[in-house]
Design a protein around this ligand. Structure first.
Ligand SMILES: NC(=O)c1ccc[n+]([C@@H]2O[C@H](COP(=O)([O-])OP(=O)(O)OC[C@H]3O[C@@H](n4cnc5c(N)ncnc54)[C@H](O)[C@@H]3O)[C@@H](O)[C@H]2O)c1
Length: 266
């Protein structure tokens, strides 16, 4: 026997019509591509970023292209008051908070662990880990049934890489956070899922790679060393986020989907 859920047609399962979403770090890179895909699927979106003018630009562009309501706000994910404000903005202005994408993250060049300074480690963890935790918590407090939280992990959430120990720790924590919160929020009918990208060509990666490029490294070649022979685009990840946020993924929670063109596999 086919139950009612199975009979919903594909268009309906993919649709985010009537849903309100917040994308942290939505001004650029993976975040901006995600704002676009969520809006195309019918969601109204808050673009929340520490870069206020970048967020405003993305909001105007996506609203113009999709006809959805897309608004922007300044958010520092490490500042819980601004996290609460973004969640309430979505709930109050967009008619509800259904999707929260914890995309804001930093990956400054670290160098050897032996030289890592405490304040550097603190800042990285406060943005990537505590910020994601606070984002998920404040979102879940304001979601009704059927909410989804999507956390941006990384392939470095599953394996080490030299010179970026604090980042590696932070993304392992995001994987743990995804599972822990899925356990706690499941009874509220809120799914918590993650995406582990790598390597994706974004403004942040270009900035991080600039010194290596200046030193003569063929960055494009290094980034394209995946099983598919190319670096990922921000939209490669935005599409995975759209899937996870939609009812297509209604049976997925507590899981982190690796989207890395096989980098971890081979
Ligand atoms: N690009 C990759 O290869 C890759 C791989 C694995 C994981 N990720 C993760 O995906 C996410 C997005 O990466 P990206 O490459 O698009 O980054 P990006 O640097 O290109 O864009 C990040 C956005 O986040 C914003 N931001 C930074 N700090 C913030 C803060 N404290 N509060 C709010 N917004 C803030 C920036 O202003 C920017 O708009 C990050 O969590 C990153 O760790 C990226």
């Amino acid at each position: 026997m086919i139950d009612d859920h199975s009979r919903r047609d594909l268009g309906d399962l993919w649709s985010l019509n009537g849903r309100g979403a917040v994308v942290t770090g939505g001004a650029a890179g993976i975040g901006a591509a995600t704002v676009r895909r969520l809006a195309e699927a019918g969601a109204d979106v808050v673009v929340a970023d520490i870069d206020e003018s970048g967020a405003a630009r993305t909001a105007v562009e996506v609203a113009g292209a999709t006809g959805r309501t897309v608004i922007s706000t300044r958010l520092d994910i490490a500042d819980t008051a601004s996290v609460v404000a973004a969640a309430e903005l979505c709930r109050d202005r967009l008619g509800g908070l259904d999707i929260w994408v914890n995309n804001a993250g930093i990956y400054p060049t670290t160098g050897p662990a032996l030289d890592a300074a405490d304040d550097f480690i603190d800042r990285l963890l406060e943005v990537n880990v505590r910020g994601s935790y606070a984002g998920a918590r404040e979102a879940a407090r304001r979601m009704s049934n059927g909410g989804v939280i999507v956390n941006l992990a990384s392939t470095t959430g599953f394996r080490a890489a030299p010179g970026i120990s604090a980042y590696v720790i932070s993304k392992h924590a995001v994987v743990g956070l995804t599972k822990s919160l899925a356990l706690e929020f499941g009874p509220r009918d809120v799914r918590v899922v993650g995406v582990a990208p790598g390597p994706i060509d974004t403004p942040g990666v270009q900035e991080q790679m600039a010194p290596l490029k200046a030193a003569g490294l063929d960055v494009a070649k290094r980034m394209s060393q995946t099983l598919l022979g190319r670096a990922g685009t921000a939209d490669d990840i935005a599409r995975v986020i759209l899937f996870l946020a939609s009812d297509m993924a209604a049976w997925i929670t507590g899981e982190v989907v690796v989207a890395d063109a096989g980098s971890l596999a081979g």
